[in-house]
Design a protein. Structure first.
Length: 164
């Protein structure tokens, strides 16, 4: 394994453990040349999952694209990269379990939105606005309406519980 910092091919593994989902091995390594530490992940090689895009084009499933889209949506939000990597793991696992060879991009987008809705509402709205390609403000407001109604209902219940 080449060091990502100095590019030397002289490292050693200092810690190995299964990832949280159990589908990968996380290895902490130290470069013998520069002394810096870094993490690598080892995964089972499977038949590549293909994504069927809206226009019918087929491309390889790319974890980094999923992660990059969520990173953009979560910019300046209190969400860690580790949380987003865990979401990416779950989405990839769900796609591999539900689809043999090809998964529609719409399924991936919907899985991302479900995860972001639970994690951070601002990130969810950011992602949804790009993913759903809102044509005008009314479509955007239609997406926000259920979230606002749930928040209002939750606020009234909490207020009612403290006054009695």
């Amino acid at each position: 394994m080449r060091c990502p910092y100095c590019k030397a091919d002289n490292d050693r593994v200092i810690d190995s453990r299964a990832s949280a989902d159990g589908f990968a091995i996380r290895r902490r390594r130290v470069c013998a040349d520069c002394g810096r530490r870094y993490t690598t992940y080892e995964r089972v090689e499977t038949a590549p999952l293909r994504v069927v895009k809206k226009d019918g084009e087929r491309v390889a499933f790319d974890r980094q694209k999923v992660l990059a889209g969520m990173l953009r949506a979560c910019e300046k939000r209190p969400v860690s990269v580790e949380q987003l990597e865990a979401i990416t793991d779950r989405i990839e696992r769900q796609c591999l379990e539900a689809f043999d060879k090809e998964v529609p991009s719409k399924v991936i987008g919907n899985l991302i939105m479900q995860e972001l809705r639970q994690l951070d509402q601002v990130a969810y709205v950011r992602f949804a606005s790009v993913y759903r390609e809102f044509k005008d403000v009314s479509q955007f407001l239609d997406e926000l309406k259920p979230m606002l109604e749930r928040r209002r209902e939750g606020g009234h219940e909490a207020a009612g519980g403290t006054s009695g």
